[in-house]
Design a protein. Structure first.
Lengths: 520, 308, 372
């Protein structure tokens, strides 16, 4: 029996077609993958199914009946559940209150009865959950459980998961897959959105691949090679991956010693006794699930927060009490996670955004801005980093994610930093831009800069870092050369298990994701 | 100080605190849904002037109160249209609403300055008002004072244990997520803004019909703004608004106290007290910034338009 | 059934044209609404609008009076521009104006019998310092205690007004003034020189134009101006870039306070000539509208100051010639600001007509960067 069928679905946005004549069909109990690069139109399609977005053209069949989903509430009535990439949770409410809000009034009448149901369902599917906890006290993995349990409470017939594994440790991914298999055995259809091919091959029965808003192919993932699927995703002209030589680096440039810090922000993660160094001419990668102290650590390196001077040193000079401005003079370049709204000012032009961090050099003279030089600098970034834009006067917010990221990274690199700190350098970026960015980072490393990369994307860290470690709950794992750390070991570190373990037995017990690599 | 004086002071404290309670409770609901409406002062003045005019025209204070509520809601629709539907900057729109309300109310009320109406008479609750001292302080007020307690109770219950309360909080914390789970953010926010407008209008009506039955330009004297501070002071909790409003009420009638004690002080200097008290409260709040941060609706002041 | 629906669509980039057109549109809408309002009051709308907006400027006297009102408005508005660019919502220009007037007036009264050219500059500087001091309170409350500046500055406005009232009812009252709440008239040496004989327009208009030029240069040519803009647009980016929020906050507030204080003392030592409870006429509040209407750009602000100054004169004219309440001024100002905010929507959105499709009726659409 077909659970859902999409016919000729088209959705246009001003300036782009998000979905063009997309066809998709999922049977009962089938785990179906929807694959595609960033910007391929996956999320839009999911939102159409869930009734958040209305298509311009096309038809949707639900259990062979033509229907029009009026909104999320209607979708849930039909039995469609969705777990968004950015969770739809309310942090100041409890788990039970969160779930109550999304249930029909009649079902949520008694909060106590609901709590019992939550406990029952979560036990049944092996997802521990305390209904009385406040959501802001839960880890990302636990928050995802809330989302899934919320769907399961309602007789879900089709469960849509949008990039569910991007926020999980490898071990958590395994647990999730178990739950999903159990669900599919019970007849629930699952639509699994991802761009990680190995996961899809481990989990899914069928796959539909999107490229540029159109369906570019179908396949049975288990019988298809990663490269074949990747080709369908990115087209013929783009290189799939690049191998970079690992480097060993020279003298430590950034040294962090016994850094413990608790910020005034009540939602922040306290850092516990962190020590590591980044050598000139190497890339150090820090893995970890978001919200484990990365932001706090980076703020202390960038100077947006300050602490006892000696905790952070640039080339043996204690800097932890210095302002961002002074640290930049000492050679710091910084690429924050938020591109719009921190790395760049959305409403300002690219020229003004060039001045944002470039103001210390020759772009200004005694407090007066040299407009000619600012313009030239902006144009130089645009040219050298192949930024697609209407011109140097375009507003930052008018650029696509990938182009803006190229611009920001270009701005930092062209100031010749001795230390470049990058947070999630290629998150949400198209593959062309991602390759360019990684290439630029390697080049900068080879010129002798120390580079620190913080990312949730394990594949990327394996591809570019020379040494790697993980952060969990404000603590840092041991640091080791990347090719000596198995993915399973790194997963354990990400989950906070820093005990030394035998590399060989790790490989043996590796889960479905043991050989993640290739396209990311 | 004799008992009589203390009784009078406490009685006056409650009367003076009442408009603040009304405005602040309305604004609290509005802010909990994520909308910051700085137009309280304008809505209060419009409520006051229209309430007063309706009382004069109909000769009936009840109609005046209804007109006041209506005026506040009308103003809040204007705000809602700009700030919710047209996603304008909430701060600027609120300021505009205040400036507009001050101008329009002065214009409409120009012919009514100096007129007198009967106003609302006190309604002494049988038996309870006979209790010595307490009866006079608590149970010899006009009906609007009791109404303010009723509304307080209702809101307290609403946010403590109803789905509606939960929904409003959800919208104020994360409108994106609320939309995703099927809550109509626009409806909830419009509802909250309208409620805020109704309450501010009612407060205006209370001022011009019950508290001092007359109209004069700018008669709200910054109460709309003080109420805004009060909401922050109360960390968006109804019970703390009640407490805070009476504290401010007490500060505003200091001249009564001082006169009672036999002091002479310039009325202009004493008139500064509630404003100074507001500043002090804002400073004291800062000592507990973390708590304020935790209780502030996370999406406060952020416009939201669902994508379709 | 096919029909066109009007919908809003987000522009990928803000429209420069619209940001200049929006104030014009708002002024037109205000005029139309004003006309309707006059008609509903039984006035001939064209005659009434003429009385309100044109008649006041029919002679040199009118123009000099306009200048007299532009000077304080422009000074306050330039100061507020700095604050609003930094998104420091200083509503306190009114209080800073009053305190400048009160402080300057106090010194002027103390120096009533002193002769000399140095007296006036002293008075002006002291007035500006008083305004600065009042703004410093707001800056301190914001930077040291994190108190919301909107609320603190409004409270400071009320307190400033009460200080003024206290002054003119008490210690500063003219002993020979028949118990009116007014001070004595200021001396010749503490009065700003007028530009034309027989007219009230005085040299404070030069202060205002000079301030406009300086602030224009500051905002468009210097790093500090850039930092102020970044801080207003995007606090996180400012912090990331290492701009010093506290220092910038102090800078914009103190500058604004000094300018508003100067405006206040110029009013007292100029057209008013003494301390009265009404030295301000709400200039500090009107300046807020001017800043928005003038797009925070000096040229725009000069033009907007003239228009808003005109609403004051129009209100007086309407009172005299049409016997309408003077509060029309406030009404027009409020309307103008409202229409402006509504029209500003067109800067980042465009109105499109879309045919409603057969299956899916469209409501307002919004461009997202169609992310997968």
């Amino acid at each position: 029996m077909k659970r859902i069928e999409l016919k000729e679905i088209t959705k246009r946005y001003p300036g782009c077609v998000a979905n063009q004549s997309v066809e998709l069909s999922v049977s009962a109990g089938e785990i179906h993958a929807l694959l595609g690069e960033n910007g391929a139109g996956k999320s839009t399609l999911m939102k159409i199914i869930y009734g958040v977005v209305k298509p311009d053209e096309g038809e949707m069949l639900w259990e062979n009946q033509s229907i029009e989903v009026k909104g999320p509430a209607h979708a849930r009535e039909l039995g469609i559940g969705m777990v968004f990439q950015h969770f739809s949770l309310f942090e100041t409410l409890t788990v039970a209150e969160n779930i109550a809000l999304s249930l029909p009034k009649a079902e949520a009448k008694s909060l106590d009865a609901l709590k019992k149901r939550i406990s029952d369902v979560s036990k049944r599917y092996g997802m521990q959950l305390d209904p009385n906890r406040y959501v802001h006290t839960l880890s990302i993995g636990e928050q995802q459980r809330v989302e899934i349990v919320r769907c399961l409470l309602q007789d879900v017939k089709l469960l849509i998961l949008d990039e569910p594994t991007s926020v999980l440790t490898p071990q958590e991914v395994e647990t999730l897959f178990k739950t999903l298999h159990q669900l599919s055995d019970e007849g629930c259809s699952i639509l699994f959105i991802s761009h990680k091919l190995d996961e899809v091959r481990a989990l899914c029965d069928n796959a539909t691949i999107l490229r540029g808003g159109k369906v570019s192919g179908h396949c049975i993932p288990k019988d298809t090679t990663t490269d074949e699927i990747a080709r369908l995703m990115v087209g013929d002209d783009t290189p799939l991956s690049e191998d970079y030589k690992k480097a060993t680096g020279g003298e430590p440039y950034l040294t962090i010693t016994n850094l413990s810090y608790k910020s005034e922000d009540p939602f922040a993660t306290p850092l516990k006794d962190i020590s590591f160094d980044v050598k000139a001419g190497e890339i150090l990668g820090i893995a970890g699930v978001a919200g484990n102290g990365q932001e706090e650590l980076l703020n202390l390196i960038s100077g947006e927060e300050t602490t006892t001077a000696s905790c952070v040193k640039f080339a043996k000079k204690a800097v932890a009490n210095l302002t961002p401005e002074k640290r930049r003079i000492l050679g710091l370049g910084f690429v924050p996670e938020e591109r719009l709204g921190r790395g760049a000012v959305p409403d300002m032009s690219l020229e003004e955004n060039a001045l944002l961090t470039g103001y210390q050099g020759e772009l200004t003279n005694k407090g007066w801005i040299n407009t000619t030089k600012v313009k030239a600098f902006a144009k130089q970034i645009i040219e050298q980093f192949n930024v697609k834009t209407a011109g140097s006067l375009a507003q930052a917010k008018s650029l696509s994610g990938g182009n803006l990221q190229k611009y920001i990274i270009g701005r930092e690199i062209l100031q010749n930093p001795k230390l470049l700190v990058c947070s999630h350098p290629t998150w949400g970026v198209d593959i062309g831009a991602a390759i360019l960015i990684r290439h630029a980072l390697i080049e900068l490393r080879d010129q002798g800069a120390a580079i620190l990369v913080v990312s949730e994307d394990i594949d990327e860290l394996y591809a570019i870092s020379d040494r790697v470690c993980a952060i969990c709950d404000g603590e840092l794992s041991p640091v080791a050369p990347t090719n000596e750390v198995t993915i399973n070991q790194l997963g354990k570190w990400m989950a906070g298990d820093f005990s030394p373990s035998d590399t060989h037995s790790d490989t043996a017990s590796a889960g479905p994701l043991a050989n993640v690599g290739g396209l990311s | 100080m004799d008992i009589e004086l203390i009784t009078n002071i406490l009685f006056a404290t409650i009367r003076t605190g009442t408009p603040l309670i009304l405005i602040a409770l309305g604004e609290m609901v509005c802010e909990k849904s994520g909308v910051l409406n700085l137009g309280q002062e304008g809505m209060v003045l419009m409520g006051a002037v229209l309430g007063f005019i309706a009382s004069v025209v109909t000769g009936h204070a009840g109609f005046g109160i209804l007109a006041a509520i209506f005026a506040g809601m009308l103003m809040s629709v204007l705000f809602g249209f700009l700030a919710i539907s047209l996603v304008s900057n909430q701060v600027a729109t609120g300021l505009a609403l205040t400036i507009f309300g001050i101008g329009l109310s002065a214009f409409l009320g120009a012919g009514y300055v100096g007129m007198a109406i009967d106003g609302i008479t006190a309604w002494e609750i049988p038996y309870l008002s006979d209790i010595p001292i307490i009866g006079k302080i608590l149970f010899s007020h006009d009906p609007l004072v009791y109404l303010s307690w009723g509304i307080f109770g209702l809101l307290f219950w609403c946010f403590k244990s109803t789905r509606l309360g939960l929904t409003i909080r959800a919208v104020g914390e994360n409108p994106e997520a609320a939309n995703a789970i099927g809550i109509s953010v626009m409806k909830v926010r419009y509802g909250a803004v309208l409620f805020g407008g109704a309450m501010a209008g009612l407060a205006g009506g209370y001022l011009s019909i019950a508290y001092t039955p007359m109209w004069s330009e700018g008669m709200s004297a910054g109460r709309g703004w003080i109420a805004l501070a009060l909401v922050v002071f109360a960390s968006w909790k109804a019970e703390r608004i009640l407490l805070g409003a009476y504290l401010f009420g007490a500060a505003s009638i200091m001249h009564l106290v001082l006169q009672g004690l036999g002091f002479e002080a310039s009325p202009n200097l004493l008139a500064m007290l509630p404003y100074a008290a507001t500043i002090i409260v804002l400073v004291v709040l800062a000592s507990d910034a973390v708590k304020t941060k935790l209780s502030t609706p996370l999406a406060l002041g952020q416009p939201y338009r669902p994508q379709v | 059934m096919m029909f066109n629906r009007i919908a809003l669509e987000k522009r990928s980039s803000d429209s420069k044209t619209m940001s200049y057109l929006s104030p014009v549109l708002a002024i037109l809408l205000t005029l139309i609404s004003g006309g309707l309002l006059f008609a509903s009051l039984g006035q001939d709308p064209f005659h009434a609008l003429h009385t309100f907006f044109v008649a006041p400027l029919s002679d040199l006297y009118g123009w000099t009076e306009l200048g007299t009102k532009v000077a304080p408005l422009l000074l306050c508005a330039m100061g507020l521009t700095l604050c609003f660019r930094a998104k420091i919502w200083n509503i306190g220009a009114e209080g800073q104006f009053i305190l400048g007037g009160l402080g300057g007036g106090y010194i002027a009264l103390e120096l009533l019998d002193v002769e000399g050219l140095w007296v006036l500059p002293c008075v002006l500087i002291f007035g500006a310092l008083c305004g600065m001091f009042w703004a410093a309170l707001a800056a301190l409350l914001k930077t040291r205690f994190g108190a919301n500046e909107i609320l603190t500055t409004i409270m400071l406005n009320y307190i400033a007004l009460n200080w003024l009232l206290y002054g003119v009812h008490g210690p500063l009252k003219d002993p020979e003034g028949f118990n009116f709440p007014e001070s004595a008239m200021l001396s010749e040496f503490t009065t700003l020189p007028v530009i034309f004989d027989d007219y009230r327009l005085n040299i404070s208009i030069y202060f205002a134009l000079f301030a406009a030029a300086v602030i224009w240069a500051l905002m468009s040519k210097t790093l500090i101006g850039f930092q102020i803009s970044v801080m207003g647009e995007d606090k996180a980016a400012a912090r990331f870039a290492g701009f010093k929020e506290t220092r910038l906050t102090w800078f914009v507030l103190l500058t604004c306070g000094a300018l508003a204080g100067l405006a206040g003392v110029s009013e007292v030592t100029g057209p008013v000539g003494q301390l009265t409870p009404y030295i301000s006429s709400g200039y500090g509040y009107t300046a807020i509208i001017i800043v928005f209407l003038g797009r925070m750009h000096p040229v725009g602000i000069v033009l907007a100051s003239m228009l808003l100054a005109l609403t004051y004169m129009g209100g007086e004219m309407a009172q005299m010639d049409l016997s309408l309440p003077k509060s029309l001024t406030g009404l027009f100002q409020g309307m103008l600001l409202f229409y402006l905010l509504a029209c500003d929507l067109l800067i980042s959105y465009r109105i499109v007509r879309k045919p409603a499709s057969k299956n899916h009726s469209q409501s307002a659409t919004q461009n997202i960067n169609a992310q997968a």
